[in-house]
Write a protein that binds this ligand. Structure first.
Ligand code: SUG
Length: 450
């Protein structure tokens, strides 16, 4: 078992794009619905994200930046029959099909937990790290992400001898896939083989007529396990009641790392069977530590509002116990704050709670854990990743200057139709490809003129 090389958990965060807005595009995501139509602050949003990345890098954790996608996404609008120059395409789409135009403007690729499902090399039979980019089939605006995310992951993890970046699963309702937001990997240590908990909301052929969509199908999770050869999988069903109460992804009510699984008692359809299956899968590897927060201590609605469970559970180098990095909204919610303090005081694997301000993202239902894709990497794999995307003081400063130059301070959903925005976003992204060494053919608009 310990013939495997040691590994660390790196994070790749989605850089917030210049069109960050509150367009109310995600039914079942309560924050997205409540804040629909409000003005957003793209510049503050991107700076919050950059500060979060720097904080992780300063703690000694490898941190990467995933570039935003091209928005407004004119290839999508052209596929709907809009024609002319790009500016005309955008203008006509806003006039004739504003819902389509809004989807084409979303900066939702910032939530990198939905970028892909990742299986580290220690858990894959061919000892490569495997990635399946999510097809994000359920919501129109998110379904536009898969292809560019695949390209982005292939640039960040380029060496096919070490990394297998698959194509997304076929984009059909039966195989709806939302990536790592519905996956928890438990293990004795990051480099050791683990147990892979895959949480799904519904089955492919199951009639689904409740008020909010179940985004992940069991069949999608099974296909990913099969493709990656993921070690010791456990398939578990999300509680229907959780989805109906706003847990549109499992990571809204559950987070785990190493041996610890922190979850709300209402997260799983069959809690006892789920925990038992994890215990059995972990047999001979480690003893799982279940940290359950009860409905009595934290009503489900407070869990969803405060995003306690959308925290990151990180291993700070040199520390034995895990740190829970929670959103400021958790600190401000008395019950969630008390629950977080109780977890840290309980003498278990989670030793400390800290808070991070990602308010702009939170108002669209994206907490600290949504913004990052966890990737367990060995030293050699880390070296093989694109170093230009690795966060450090210099990159933080450079991207801060870049964002202050290009990002608007305020954006109302109606401003998304401003023709000037197309120019601004393209200018920003063109410069970004140079900063992150992504090549000058990374975005469709860069390839269009070639
Ligand atoms: O898919 N919000 C995202 C939030 C994703 C959070 N990710 C995780 N839980 N891992 C979503 O619902 C809202 C966009 C808008 O309404 O403008 C949005 O797409």
């Amino acid at each position: 078992m310990s013939a495997l090389p040691p590994a660390v958990e790196a994070n790749a965060d989605g850089l917030v794009g210049p069109t960050h807005s509150y367009a109310g595009l995600s039914p079942g995501n309560i924050a997205s619905q409540i804040n629909a139509g409000e003005a957003s602050n793209p510049r503050a949003a991107v700076l919050q994200g950059l500060d979060k990345m720097k904080r992780l890098a300063d703690l000694g954790l490898p941190q990467f930046v995933l570039p935003p996608h091209e928005r407004p996404f004119t290839p999508f609008l052209r596929s709907l029959g809009f024609a002319g120059t790009d500016a005309e395409v955008v203008e006509c789409a806003w006039r004739e099909a504003p819902a389509m135009a809004a989807a084409a403007c979303s900066a939702s690729a910032m939530w990198a937990a939905n970028a892909a499902t990742v299986t580290p090399s220690a858990d894959a039979p061919d000892r490569r790290a495997h990635f399946t980019p999510a097809n994000l089939f359920t919501n129109l605006h998110r379904s536009l992400e898969g292809e560019q995310t695949t390209r982005a992951l292939r640039r960040l993890f380029p060496d096919p001898r070490r990394f297998a970046v698959h194509d997304p699963l076929p984009a059909v309702a039966h195989l709806g896939d939302e990536g790592a937001a519905n996956h928890v990997r438990l293990c004795a240590d990051h480099g050791e083989p683990g147990v892979n908990l895959m949480v799904y909301g519904r089955e492919a052929w199951e009639p689904w007529d409740t008020k909010f969509p179940a985004r992940q199908t069991r069949e999608a999770s099974e296909a990913i396990v099969r493709r990656h050869g993921a070690h010791r999988p456990v398939l578990a069903r999300q509680a229907r009641s959780a989805i109906e109460a706003g847990a549109f992804h499992n990571d809204v009510v559950c987070v785990g790392a190493k041996t610890a699984l922190l979850f709300h008692e209402g997260a799983f359809e069959d809690k006892a069977a789920t925990l038992d299956a994890i215990r059995r899968a972990a047999d001979g590897l480690f003893t799982p530590e279940f940290v359950e927060v009860s409905e009595k201590d934290l009503p489900f609605a407070d869990a969803v509002k405060s995003y306690l469970f959308n925290s990151m559970l990180i291993t700070v180098p040199g520390e034995d116990r895990l740190t829970l990095l929670a959103p400021t909204e958790t600190e401000e919610n008395p019950r969630a704050h008390a629950a977080a303090q109780a977890v840290a005081a309980s003498n278990g694997t989670i030793g400390r709670v800290e808070y991070v301000d990602v308010r702009q993202s939170m108002r669209n239902g994206g907490g600290p854990a949504c913004l990052r894709l966890r990737v367990v990497l060995t030293e050699q794999e880390l070296t093989a990743a694109n170093a230009f995307q690795r966060m450090n003081d210099a990159l933080h400063a450079r991207l801060g200057d870049w964002a202050r130059r290009w990002y608007r301070e305020e954006l109302r959903p109606a401003d998304l139709a401003d023709p000037q925005l197309l120019e601004e976003t393209r200018g920003a992204l063109d410069q970004l490809t140079a900063i992150l060494n992504l090549g000058s053919d990374f975005y469709p608009f860069q390839r269009a003129g070639a």
